[in-house]
Write a protein that binds this ligand. Structure first.
Ligand code: PGA
Length: 250
């Protein structure tokens, strides 16, 4: 069975609630492609107006982060139940910026992934190497470790529903997109790793995105690769270009 492509925008820390509604209204007609899943991952405070603004469209709203506890004394955090109640379907977990600036580790990523599944939110689990790691030739080893820990105690049934985003850190926000061969090589290695942890059926079902300076011009070739099931798009998701990326196949 062919995997359905998933193209997600990662807005990062951009757009106030009113700007978010304005942007969604601009992008709405541009991102209509019912052959792919379209997700806008938006700042927490934008979620409620964004869910309202996408009603009646093919766009789903995702969060950029979530805490792994149910509730309680965790000032400033957002719980999975809050996201579900607000209408969120997806959550980005372990983005490299969260690992770098907010002390996320493979272990916290694993806790969040498990908690997201408990609440039927689909995690978009991020992984990716630094330029140094790539130059040292340890990219695949490093990514395999990130994936293995992120999926500890995750069942095969859950893993089949998960999304993994492979985002080489050196390609994020730099305009330096990985070559198609580099992106495909690592996405295939991730799928093989999932096959080792689970089985062939799980490896065949899980969706793996590429992220890192995806643009309207690079998307068609990237998304045509055997193991690349779409993209996680930062900068270009805030512009009309996102419409072209979503419609890469048209
Ligand atoms: P970028 O960001 O497309 O701006 O490189 C991707 C991401 O960080 O998800």
């Amino acid at each position: 069975m062919a995997r359905r492509k998933i193209i997600a925008g990662n807005w990062k820390m951009n757009m106030t609630p009113s700007e978010a509604v304005e942007l969604i209204n601009t992008l709405k007609p541009l991102v209509e492609n019912h052959e792919v899943d379209v997700v806008f991952c938006v700042p927490a405070i934008d979620i409620i107006p964004a869910v309202e603004a996408v009603k009646g469209t093919n766009i789903m709203i995702g969060a950029e982060n979530m805490y792994y506890e149910e509730k309680g004394a965790f000032t400033g955090e957002i719980s999975p139940a809050m996201l579900v109640d607000a209408g969120v379907k997806y959550v980005i977990i372990g983005h490299s910026e969260r690992r770098e600036y907010f002390a996320e580790t493979n272990e916290t990523v694993n806790k969040k992934v498990l908690k997201a599944f408990e609440h039927n939110i689909t995690p978009i689990v991020c992984c990716g190497e630094t330029l140094t790691q790539r130059e040292q030739g340890v990219t695949i080893d490093f990514i395999r470790q990130q994936i293995k820990v992120a999926f500890l105690n995750v069942t095969a049934e859950q893993a089949k529903e998960a999304v993994i985003a492979y985002e080489p850190i050196w390609a994020i926000g730099t305009g330096k997109v990985a070559t198609t061969e580099q992106a495909q090589e690592v996405c295939k290695a991730i799928r093989d790793c999932i096959g080792e942890i689970y089985d062939d059926a799980t490896a065949a079902a899980i969706r793996i995105q590429y992220g890192g300076s995806v643009s309207a011009s690079s998307a068609p070739e990237l998304f045509a690769q055997a193991d690349i099931d779409g993209g996680l798009v930062g900068g270009a998701s805030l512009k009309a270009d996102f419409g072209q990326i979503v419609n890469y196949n048209k």
